[in-house]
Design a protein around this ligand. Structure first.
Ligand code: PGA
Length: 258
């Protein structure tokens, strides 16, 4: 059996200046560098270069929060995979619910971005999850099935053995009602959703992260559930102290095997 992946990914959204970014990595220093947790931070485009330089000794990988589905061209406001790779960026978050809610991202466009990013050598954290009205009307599994159908049909067959071995493609289940609201999903809700997701992806060994109001005090319980391999964390990943606490919790947790 392969070593269990543990992934802590910080989504910094539209926060931080360059000075705050440097300060974060200086505070983290090299204290978690050698841990078995895969450590990721995803800052805004203007901070990527600073983050790459400042993170060198921390062991934290730098991801973007989005990436275009085209190689280059007339796509105002977008950033290409080549531009990210040129900086040294490792991967990108794709399909975050805030991209879907405010900027017109769809399942189809997110899959298009992910396919292109993977083909160019970027790693991908692919986000999906139901809205509150969908959960309340009993449609959670139907929504997850619909969001993951093109992932299962188009992305999984494209993953090569190196991409699987390096965990280049990760899923992040983020119930929309739990993001930034303080309303973390209960362990039972997460267990049920992640079990369902695992059944949809079958035998493909993908890390499945949970996201939505993760904090150091609720992370341990969630990270030890079956089919949960870590977290995609917004608010609680912003301060170095809090990132380190999340890391400590995950480091001690016994996550599911892949
Ligand atoms: P939150 O955000 O941890 O602040 O709820 C999670 C996310 O948006 O990925």
């Amino acid at each position: 059996m392969k070593p269990s992946p543990k992934v802590l990914a910080g989504n910094w959204k539209m926060f931080k200046t360059r000075a705050e970014t440097r300060n974060f990595f200086e505070t983290v220093g090299d204290q978690i560098r050698a841990s078995s947790v895969r450590k990721i931070a995803a800052p805004s485009p203007t901070l990527l270069d600073t983050a790459l330089q400042a993170s060198a000794s921390t062991g934290i990988e730098i991801f973007a929060q989005n990436v275009a589905w085209a190689e280059s061209g007339a796509f105002t406001g977008e950033t290409s995979a080549a531009q990210l790779l040129d900086l040294g960026v490792k991967g990108a978050i794709i399909g975050h619910s805030e991209r879907r809610q405010y900027f017109g991202e769809t399942d189809a466009s997110a899959v298009k971005r992910a396919l292109f990013a993977l083909s160019q050598g970027l790693h991908v954290i692919f986000c999906f999850g139901e809205k509150i009205e969908e959960r309340q009307s009993g449609k959670t599994q139907a929504v997850i099935r619909e969001q993951l159908a093109p992932v299962v049909a188009q992305i999984l067959p494209q993953l090569n053995s190196t991409q699987l071995a390096t965990q280049a493609f990760m899923l992040a289940y983020e119930p929309v009602w739990a993001i930034g609201t303080g309303l973390v999903a209960t362990p039972d809700q997460v267990r049920e959703a992640h079990g369902f997701i695992a059944s949809l992806i079958g035998s493909t060994p993908l890390p499945i992260l949970y996201g939505g109001s993760v904090k150091a005090d609720n992370f341990g319980g969630l990270a030890s559930l079956p089919h949960v391999h870590g977290g995609l964390v917004g608010g609680a990943s912003l301060e170095a102290k809090s990132y380190l606490q999340l890391h400590e919790v995950l480091d001690k947790a016994t996550p599911a095997q892949l």
